[in-house]
Design a binder for this molecule. Structure first.
Ligand code: ME8
Length: 510
């Protein structure tokens, strides 16, 4: 039982949660559930990043009390994640006292080690990124490429963390393991950022300008830079400095994120950890960016922004989870209402739902709502069960963030094969012939048993519907406790009584 600690980024609360926030958090949930199926002990954290200039500007714009605003927005993220059936173990808010304690302790420690110093500085600040930018980071028009706005020139006295001391260590560490960063091409992006000498990291903001943050323990005129604060959530969540379980989780940490925040995670964060003598993260798993249909960046002005709650209203939490899981690997993917709807109708209603309904309803009618007993197993039927078991075991064992779409592809391939098998075997013809009775039982049992394995395999992606499907077959939903789940033929009890048979994915005409 290898422990695993999965994290999502913690999200800014300067607006409502959007599709990208839903995506990373659903993927983390799928990975957590897959790990539990593998019998691995898993801890999963997500939450909200509630400090810094960007959030502060949103609060000021809202005219609301800061605490009320932050709670309200953080709750919106949590409500979305609850609607999406996310089984997080920890929902961190950086405004929690437990987190402030960690940030303060780390800052005091680095200050004592003389790794923090004060100086005057002039830089170009992008509030959208919450980062200083170099001229070379900007596009031809002097804009931040991610936010399409020019950064603001800032001259201030601030505290700096001597990250430049760790550059050589960082480079060596990045090259030490090809599995550290996946997809691997993101490592090249990080290495390219390390060609030039690293500038020390500005880790403070004067309170006179930014009041929303954690006060520096060694200078009360300043708050902590939001990224320095936020990154530390990853160790707060697993009890840094207070829990004996800290090493167990931290030594198996896997950070999930999109490609937008690799610099802070793969450059600043490991250095922060190294400086406080904590091991660097074990893995970084990076996905692409959601863009609108046709590849356009999503923007309110283009009218192509997809709201996650609208998608859940449209196709249900499982329909939406399925679309996200199917469509996004390591590079960008497209989303629109029409794409979500057509995937739902094609893959879920017409393929999986229809397959389930045909088989289960047929057996329900002919065998009084029970799994038919086998008196003989025909080799071709057994071969079908073995094929499904093997595919399912292999998929669960090998699934990682960017191969989640393979899980869907394999499931659809299995569903196609089962549909064909059912058509070719045509049990509705055989059932009328007395000599074919044994074969009919064998075929139908195999079909139901394969459906059982198929819905077990899909449980991490569509947990609610897969459970309904498994109950309808007279089987049990896959448990949520860590216990290795092996796919084996003949796991469905003969004579088992069917549960309620529901239309899993009713077609949606729109
Ligand atoms: O960066 N496609 O928060 P954030 C895919 N608070 N994923 C997307 C996406 C898109 N179009 N847009 C956002 C922050 N995401 C910091 C993180 S962590 C210590 C602090 C997802 O609200 C994706 O996971 O801007 C991305 O990395 C994250 O949201 C950024 O969220």
């Amino acid at each position: 039982m290898a422990p695993r600690y999965y994290t999502t980024p913690i999200y800014y609360v300067n607006g409502d949660p959007h599709i990208g926030h839903a995506h990373t958090t659903v993927m983390g949930d799928i990975l957590k559930r897959l790990n539990l199926m593998r019998g691995d002990d898993t801890f999963y954290s997500t939450g909200t990043d509630e400090h810094g200039q960007k959030n502060q500007e949103a609060i000021e714009k809202s005219g609301m009390d800061a605490e009320i605003y932050l709670s309200k927005l953080s709750d919106r993220f949590r409500e979305l994640f609850d609607r999406l059936n996310i089984q997080y173990d920890c929902y961190i808010r950086t405004t929690f006292e437990s987190h402030k304690t960690v940030v303060t302790k780390v800052l005091a420690h680095l200050h004592e080690k003389a790794l923090i110093y004060k100086k005057d500085y002039t830089g170009l600040y992008c509030v959208g990124c919450e980062q200083f930018k170099k001229e070379s980071d900007l596009d031809g028009h002097g804009n931040c490429p991610d936010h399409q706005r020019p950064p603001i020139k800032q001259t201030e006295t601030n505290y700096f963390f001597k990250i430049s001391l760790f550059q050589d260590w960082l480079k060596k560490w990045l090259m030490s393991d090809d599995n550290l960063i996946q997809p691997l091409f993101y490592r090249n992006e990080v290495l390219a950022m390390l060609v030039e000498p690293l500038e020390d990291l500005c880790i403070s903001r004067p309170k006179s300008r930014v009041w929303l943050g954690i006060e520096l323990p060694f200078d009360t005129d300043y708050v902590t830079y939001v990224w320095f604060d936020a990154l530390l959530n990853y160790i707060t969540n697993v009890g840094y400095g207070i829990s004996s379980d800290f090493d167990k989780w931290w030594n198996n940490s896997i950070h999930l994120m999109a490609k937008d925040i690799i610099k802070t995670h793969i450059i600043y964060w490991p250095i922060m950890l190294k400086a406080i003598d904590v091991a660097p993260p074990s893995r970084f798993r990076i996905h692409g960016y959601w863009v609108g249909e046709g590849g356009q960046k999503m923007a309110k002005s283009l009218g192509n922004v997809i709201e996650p709650n609208d998608m859940i209203d449209l196709v249900g939490p499982d329909g939406f989870r399925f679309y996200l899981a199917k469509s996004m690997g390591g590079t960008d993917a497209q989303i629109s209402k029409a794409l979500v709807l057509s995937t739902y109708n094609t893959d879920l209603a017409n393929n999986l739902g229809n397959l389930h309904s045909r088989v289960v309803k047929f057996v329900d009618k002919r065998f009084a709502g029970r799994v038919p007993p086998k008196t003989r197993t025909f080799p071709e039927d057994r071969a079908l069960q073995e094929y499904v078991a093997e595919k399912a075991n292999e998929t669960v064992m090998n699934c990682d963030l960017i191969s989640i779409p393979n899980l869907i592809a394999t499931s659809l391939e299995i569903a196609d094969r089962l549909n064909l098998y059912f058509n070719d075997a045509a049990p509705w013809k055989m059932v009328k012939i007395e000599e074919e009775k044994e074969r009919v039982h064998s075929v139908l049992y195999a079909m139901l048993d394969c459906l059982r394995m198929l819905f077990e395999l899909l449980t991490p992606v569509i947990p609610e519907t897969a459970s309904k499907a498994l109950v309808s077959l007279g089987s049990k939903p896959v448990g949520v406790a860590a216990a290795r789940h092996t796919f084996l033929p003949d796991g469905l009890r003969q004579h088992a009584t069917f549960g309620e048979i529901v239309d899993l994915f009713p077609r949606i005409d729109n």
